[in-house]
Design a binder for this molecule. Sequence first.
Ligand code: ACO
Length: 323
Amino acid sequence: MIRSVVKGIGAVTPERVVKNAELEGVVETTDEWIVQRTGIRQRYIAGEHETTVSLGTKAAQAALENAGLTIDDIDLIILATSTPNHTFPASAVEIQHALGMKHGFAFDMQAVCSGFVYAVTTADMYIKSGMAKRVIVIGAETFSRLLDWKDRTTCVLFGDGAGAIIMEAAEGNGLTSDRGVLTANLRSDGSHQEKLYVDGGPSTTGTVGHLRMEGREVFKHAVGMITDVIEASFATTGLSADDIDWFVPHQANKRIIDASAKKLNIAEHKVVITVDQHGNTSAASVPLALATAVKDGRIKQGDLILLEAMGGGFTWGAVLLRW
Ligand code: ACO
């Protein structure tokens, strides 16, 4: 059977680092509150010249280089983002142009913080159907541009960045020892919209709007939703928490990550945490965390990786893949 194997990875953060202490001068908050409630110590904030397209393009270039491939080898680009450069065209198409790709196709995927997990799953479908042989999957965001910098309950939580992987069709034998995506589970439930949304849009206000979140409500649902899709992934494959080499969760809040890992019985030393460095970068958070753990040598070929994310909508999902 066809498997979608990760061939390369790249990530990029904006130049400017903003530590918690700097935010003490923006809203009534403290480094201590932010660290204690979220685990976040700093985030990167895009400068004027940095956009979702420029960050996504750089991450894609780094992933191509890491894979030893060129843009001519790629059939499809999927960009997970909620902060596109323009309402249209899709930022993926702008990235396609920036990469000098004249063939194939590109589109954006909108599932907020779950975007990368949705995009990896979609790329896997295109590869398995034979419609694409190699796909660049990018998560890129400039959430700083959606934030209400007077709202301390949200502005301290988010950051900007981008990560990308190259997925390639490979022959597998249908066993869980195969490299590539082994299973994926996606969910959404629009009845939770008002708990986490942006209060603007082309068809309503005609403005971009600001992010609004009932943090406590999101927190209440997060662990249950995350662990449900992961348990479904274990049930489908016959794998268990003990088989996982690295748990690479969406980086929204360290307390949510810790509680999810605990509920699933995933050992602490197997959990990749980057929320302290990046804050919540929405669709970029999982590929940024993956890239960090690949670069520092933790994730190696053959390792069993569990990805998960949960975000606005609500949307949520999990992917099990062998690196
Ligand atoms: N600094 C200081 N105090 C603050 C701040 C701040 N930045 N923000 C809120 N507070 C205060 C509140 O006003 C409140 O004060 P009060 O008790 O006097 O009313 C107090 O701190 C506690 O607030 P809570 O909201 O109850 O704090 P909580 O422990 O729930 O932490 C947080 C808040 C961090 C937002 C948490 O609820 C959370 O992480 N929620 C989930 C967020 C998330 O995972 N989002 C996921 C996806 S994101 C996406 O899809 C785009």
